[in-house]
Design a protein around this ligand. Structure first.
Ligand code: FRU
Length: 424
């Protein structure tokens, strides 16, 4: 299997590489890139459902948008089963950890609304049962299209397969709340091609998901980011000089890191409606470094492209590691080259004392970072965990050149609008 440079050498752009040398600079618990401790006495949004990935309604330029003064968020959601015999342990107690860990298999898209950018009220499911073509409704992005309230929800239809899809509906407001209507016809857009992006046939653990459409502020064209893995049979990738980077003596051994092949994918729309897409080579690859670069998204600031993506400790390759959290890269133009923020890429990681406290961070253009609570240690020993399935406190970061700094903490699930659209 060819190295990244050989593989994509003749294409219009070269993917930027997150190298093993970059990742060696990751420092857990640096206060400027660590999320404040989440207390175990957090409130939960709902005792009926778990929520995790949160997708604020926004416009195609990335601005978080309220409608008629109502903020709207979409969440991956699954029922909690406190009385279901399937989730009771031998003593008849609810095994919430097992219920939580099983959630991905029954993920559905729900929406919530609020007047205050927090204290979210449950709106319900976005699509009725049977509308989405697969079992799982995985992450994506809701885009407010116009003043008529039309919304394109891009998301991932998973099991069987993994297809980037979209469904169009409408947001309707009254003085009492928000409802979503329509969302009845799901349109498949594209799947991994096996040439640039790995397919399920090439690797049963492949990732192909999390669409994030946007308009390039410089060229005005419609593009979409997504999570992928670099194409090729599992185990066939090369971790060569370029992927290793400039490491100190003694750090040349890459172990089994050829199994970690994450990338940030990009596609360009052939039409203005975003119904017809062409996949392009990845913007960024992490071969030999990490196996997942999830929910990639941009903040456009100071004429630069700030690319953010979430990743886990458990998906790092042999010999490199870092906390669960959000990582970032910056470039002067859309197709790079991208440089890791803070030298390493780490922007906001969990503290090592609470490694699973939050995940699925989304950096908004106002510097606010939303995420969900996964699990927080409780009690003196810290061996018992309280499962979250709810919104984490929002964190404020400052983005300055090639650096970022944690500067503030806000309320749970605080996602204020950046602009309000009055519907016609
Ligand atoms: C991130 C994520 C997404 C995926 C979803 C599945 O938390 O893994 O990449 O769409 O969760 O539940």
């Amino acid at each position: 299997m060819k190295s990244i440079t050989e593989k994509f050498g003749k294409t219009p752009h070269q993917p930027s590489l997150w190298t093993r040398a970059d990742a060696l600079k990751v420092r857990a618990d640096d206060p400027t890139t660590t999320q404040p401790l989440v207390s175990a006495d957090f409130p939960v949004l709902s005792d009926k459902v778990f929520i995790w990935d949160t997708m604020p309604l926004r416009d195609i330029d990335g601005n978080i948008t309220s409608v008629d003064g109502w903020s709207v968020i979409f969440t991956l959601t699954a029922d909690r089963h406190p009385t279901d015999p399937q989730y009771l342990d031998q003593n008849g107690n609810y095994d919430i950890t097992r219920d939580w860990n099983d959630r991905h298999g029954r993920a559905k898209m729900y929406y919530w609304f609020s007047r205050t950018g927090k204290d979210w009220k449950l709106g319900g499911r976005v699509m009725a049962e049977g509308v989405s073509p697969t079992v799982r409704e995985w992450a994506g992005t809701p885009i407010l299209l116009n003043k008529q309230g039309e919304v394109d929800l891009y998301y991932t239809a998973v099991t069987p397969g993994a297809t980037i899809v979209k469904v169009r509906g409408r947001v309707v407001t009254t003085e009492h709340g928000v409802s979503l209507v329509g969302f009845e016809k799901v349109k498949p857009l594209f799947e991994a091609d096996g040439k640039m992006y790995q397919t399920e046939a090439q690797n049963a653990f492949w990732g192909f998901r999390d669409p994030w459409p946007f308009r390039d502020p410089k060229d005005g064209k419609l593009y979409m980011l997504f999570e992928g893995n670099v194409a090729g049979e599992r185990g066939s990738h090369t971790v060569g000089k370029a992927e290793i980077g400039d490491v100190p003596p003694g750090y040349e051994d890459v172990g089994n890191s050829r199994f970690q092949t994450a990338c940030v994918g990009i596609a360009v729309a052939r039409d203005e409606d975003g119904d017809d897409w062409e996949m392009l080579p990845p913007l960024l690859t992490a071969v030999g470094v990490n196996d997942q670069t999830e929910r990639p998204h941009f903040v456009f600031q100071d004429g630069k492209y700030y690319l953010f993506t979430i990743s886990h400790t458990f998906t790092y390759a042999d010999g490199v590691t870092g906390p669960d959290g959000v990582y970032g890269f910056v470039a002067d133009s859309l197709f790079g080259p991208y440089v890791p923020l803070n030298g390493s890429g780490l922007v906001l990681g969990n503290p090592s004392s609470q490694p699973f406290q939050t995940y699925s961070h989304c950096v908004m253009p106002n510097g606010l970072v939303t995420s969900f609570i996964d699990s927080v240690p409780t009690g003196e020993s810290g061996t018992t965990m309280r499962i979250g399935g709810t919104e984490a406190p929002t964190v404020g970061i400052k983005i300055k050149g090639q650096q970022t700094f944690v500067v503030a903490e806000y309320d749970y699930g605080y996602i204020p609008p950046m602009l309000d659209v009055t519907l016609k």
